[in-house]
Write a protein that binds this ligand. Sequence first.
Ligand code: C2E
Ligand code: MG
Ligand code: MG
Length: 365
Amino acid sequence: MYPDTGGIRKTDTLARIGGDEFNLLLPEINEVGDAENIARKIVEHFNNETLTVEGHEIVVSFSAGIAVYPDHGTELSQIVHNADTAMYHVKRRGKRGFVVYEPGMGSNIPAVPAMEHELRRAVGEQQFELVLQLQTDTLSGRVLGAEALIRWNHPEKGVVMPSSFIGCAEESGLIIELGDWVLREACRILRGKLTSREHDDLTIAVNVSARQLAQSDFAAKVLGILDEYDIPGNRIELEITENILMQDIDHAIHQLSELTSFGVQIAVDDFGVGYSSRSYLHNLPIHTMKIDRSFISEIQSLHEKHSIVTGPIAMAGELGLDVVAEGVETPVQLEFLRRVECPRTQGFLVGRPVPVSQFASGTYM
Ligand code: C2E
Ligand code: MG
Ligand code: MG
């Protein structure tokens, strides 16, 4: 692509550093304006063009940071570092364009870039994996579905849990790309990796974050991915927390209605810790309520009422919703949920999040 944007000279060096990051070394420029001109050409090129890869249109957004010798460093490592800082400055402003490094830029962007940087690379290099956690019929124990949970297989740190990086992915906007990958991967799992009879009608639940739902084309994108893999809508359940649903309820209703008209299931995740108002549940096209683990962990004996759990179950019943109890860890909790007829169970007692190959062979612990 680059040669079409004005040509790379023999003396220039373009190197892929990792993931979607490149360094362009321009040893023969007279002034910083020359570097800016080149960056401008590249940005304009990318902004006016979509790429077609295997029939799919891909929009590439491009951000660049510029640092020059000797103003922004006399050592190569310092120049590269400052160019990187400038690039993150662009990304924070909204992802497209270029900027020349200025001293002080780094102070506005504390430790986050390091993680963002690594995450960006990880997305490019596919260092992510989905693990599956079983959901069973509370009474019979039959397999009903699985929740897909993301893991980052970090080359040095080992497995990194979502609580350590989803926030950063949200903030940087990377969650959009990551979320698309998660849904695609869930579809791939449904398509090819679950061959046991027990998994024939299994639904995979996928977590959706605020930035994803906020996209104006969220529903269209999800439906496009399902179509790509030929997965019927009812094999996928989208888990969205109450707080996210409430951020723009009209938008949520609009997007979710489009999805549910194609059979996609919608679950309210971590129910009880957010707004938990009955009126909003009434207005939203949802199928399932997932009672947060913090309420389930309160169940310690069969003799107490635990209305904090039975209340939502009764309410869900009245609204015609399915219910999943999250974080079921003890036989007492399971027995209680059986007695109060909570339809679905998820938790370490019945299954831990396990690699897909293990799940496929029917080993859920
Ligand atoms: P969540 O969606 O509420 O997922 C349930 C979390 O509870 C998972 O943690 C799961 O491993 C854990 N869990 C399940 N059963 C038990 C139990 O019996 N006991 C205990 N102590 N924990 C249990 P995990 O995998 O660390 O995920 C944490 C959160 O990260 C998820 O909460 C979800 O909000 C987010 N997340 C995970 N994967 C994704 C993803 O692909 N996309 C997005 N946007 N968020 C994700
Ligand atoms: Mg969830
Ligand atoms: Mg949850």
